[in-house]
Design a protein around this ligand. Structure first.
Ligand SMILES: Cc1cc2nc3c(=O)[nH]c(=O)nc-3n(C[C@H](O)[C@H](O)[C@H](O)COP(=O)(O)OP(=O)(O)OC[C@H]3O[C@@H](n4cnc5c(N)ncnc54)[C@H](O)[C@@H]3O)c2cc1C
Ligand code: SF4
Length: 508
């Protein structure tokens, strides 16, 4: 054998660089389902099923195109359980002259595969991932010499470089962002009828995977009673089309809004397809831009959406690869509390957390503001260890892959990198959740109260957070207003809040 092409569960793109120059007469593809990828954090059943089903469908497609695929199934008797071990066995069996792969997304996986190739003395050719608009080298050059690396400047650089939403060298509509138009909430009547996401009923492959996951990972979080994620490129294209035609026009306006029992609202539901590489980031951005030019969606919605992909997604990848492996240990606010048990069950009287966590366990999904301003915010205010928060996010979402999850969790949500990514901690009281959702109307707590029986735990912990970290936060201009509000409280009020917060921490 000449080349063995290594394809990971999040590299399901037949146009990836790893396939360049593939010769079916001399080369073969290697894929392996290993327990380690589902257990290094206790991955949710929805996430495991998505990966396994998508991998099996992808392998079947390659075989239909005449490629030899050396595929190790999870339940194969000779399954070695880890990627490194599986690769060692494949090298010993196939004796390839070289290994070829597209750059993996995760640092841990790169180390494991590199180590196995090195030990076996087989060269490993790692190729740039063309899925992205930029390379990690581009990002490193942009970041060089900057103390803080802000999304905004990187995003503008990529807009200019790609010409996306640009007009004669200037941003379309005369502004780089339209955030002010993108912060709507739904008012008391609620969202009304939201278009349902397309249905992807399990086929034979997915049904077999669901059975396997239920058996093998019975104790893992969540349920597979309603698995409905795209597992093939054809399904992912249908999901893209449904989003562009039905939900993109209102995506911007309601991007930050939440509503009890409405898990998806106007969000794209495309992150898992993007992260598994069933969709290319280029085609998703092009489809949104075309909708704007065709007059189908307003600029604020389209720019807001494109900013997430051309901006945030490229940015967090750059942060991850320029900061790893040390980034994983970031804990700038010295947080050490355990993650409350209810994150794994949803059993809490706090209506916002109950809804966000229950839907997460049921579907493997929560939208950005639920992740940032409900589950993430509560962990931040409580002072949970960033590593524990990271492991939860990496486990429970169908779109969770470390290169995108870690910077979002550690940097954006927990401020554990000390401000490398976010200019200030994303802290707010329960009043923010009240403004952006209807959660508080059905909750036994009151977001306006910081002390007493019915005080909202978010509000108590918010003031406690400011008081606890006042010295550190005082140096940050962007926290000045919040600290001024804290200073208006009497010493007795603050002491009462801190005592109630200590009780909450004790009960967590
Ligand atoms: C604590 C925390 C953890 C997160 N973990 C992940 C993760 O593991 N995987 C993941 O893909 N996203 C993660 N995100 C970002 C974001 O919440 C999800 O991408 C989004 O909710 C996925 O749903 P959607 O496809 O409906 O996205 P939409 O809200 O409709 O956005 C469209 C697309 O933009 C991209 N995107 C949006 N926000 C971000 C962002 N902040 N960073 C990178 N890409 C973004 C996604 O590819 C997404 O599909 C996390 C955010 C937070 C606050
Ligand atoms: S009152 Fe507090 S705990 Fe209850 S839903 Fe509102 S923010 Fe959440």
């Amino acid at each position: 054998m000449r080349n063995l092409i290594l394809i990971l569960g999040d590299q399901l793109d037949e146009h990836a660089a790893a396939f360049d120059g593939f010769d079916p007469a001399q080369d073969a593809v290697w894929m392996a389902e290993v327990a380690e990828e589902a257990t290094h954090v206790p991955a949710a059943k929805q996430r495991i099923a998505l990966f396994l089903s998508a991998m099996r469908h992808f392998a079947a497609g390659l075989r239909e195109r005449g490629m030899v695929v050396r595929y190790t199934a999870l339940d194969a008797p000779d399954n070695r359980g880890t990627l490194a071990e599986a690769l060692r066995a494949a090298i010993a069996a196939a004796r390839p002259e070289a290994l070829v792969m597209t750059a993996p997304g995760d640092w841990r996986v790169l180390q494991a595969l590199r180590g196995a190739a090195h030990e076996a003395g087989v060269p490993l050719d790692i190729r740039d991932d063309r899925h992205f608009f930029s390379t990690v080298r581009d990002f490193a050059a942009h970041a060089a010499g900057r103390k803080q690396i802000r999304l905004e400047y990187w995003y503008r650089e990529l807009r200019r470089r790609t010409g996306v939403l640009m007009h004669n060298g200037e941003p379309a509509g005369g502004a780089w962002n339209f955030d002010a138009e993108n912060r709507g909430s739904f008012g008391p009547a609620g969202p009304g009828r939201v278009p349902a996401p397309p249905a992807f009923p399990p086929d034979a492959i997915t049904s077999a995977v669901i059975g396997l996951v239920n058996l093998r990972f019975a104790a893992h979080p969540g349920t597979l009673d309603s698995f409905n994620w795209p597992v093939t490129r054809a399904q992912a294209l249908l999901a893209l089309d449904a989003f562009i035609t039905q939900r993109l026009p209102l995506f911007g306006q309601y991007q930050d809004a939440m509503w009890q029992g409405e898990p998806f609202l106007y969000h794209a539901l495309l992150a898992s397809s993007l992260n598994l590489k069933l969709l290319s980031a280029h085609e998703v951005v092009a489809a949104a831009e075309a909708a704007y030019h065709a007059g189908h969606a307003p600029l604020a919605a389209v720019e807001g959406f494109i900013r997430q992909i051309l901006g945030w997604r490229e940015y967090v990848r750059g942060i991850y690869w320029t900061q790893m492996p040390g980034y994983l240990d970031g804990n700038a606010m010295q947080a050490g509390a355990a993650l409350p048990e209810f994150y794994w069950t949803g059993e809490t009287p706090m209506a916002c957390l109950r809804d966000a966590i229950t839907q997460t366990l049921r579907t493997g999904y929560a939208h950005h503001i639920q992740r940032l301003m409900v589950t993430g915010l509560y962990a931040l205010l409580l002072g949970v260890s960033p590593r524990a928060v990271h492991e939860w996010y990496l486990a429970v979402y169908v779109d969770a892959v470390e290169w995108v999850e870690l910077p979002n969790t550690l940097g954006m949500s927990q401020y554990a990198d000390g401000g490398l990514m976010a200019s200030k901690p994303y802290v707010a009281s329960g009043k923010y959740i009240q403004r952006m959702s209807n959660y508080c109307t059905g909750c036994r707590f009151n977001p306006a109260l910081a002390t007493g029986e019915t005080a909202c735990p978010f509000t108590t912990l918010y003031w406690d957070y400011l008081a606890r970290h006042e010295t550190v936060l005082r140096g940050n201009q962007r926290m000045a207003m919040q600290l001024r509000n804290l200073a208006r409280m009497s010493a007795t009020q603050v002491a009462g809040i801190r005592a109630q917060a200590a009780k909450l921490r004790g009960a967590a």
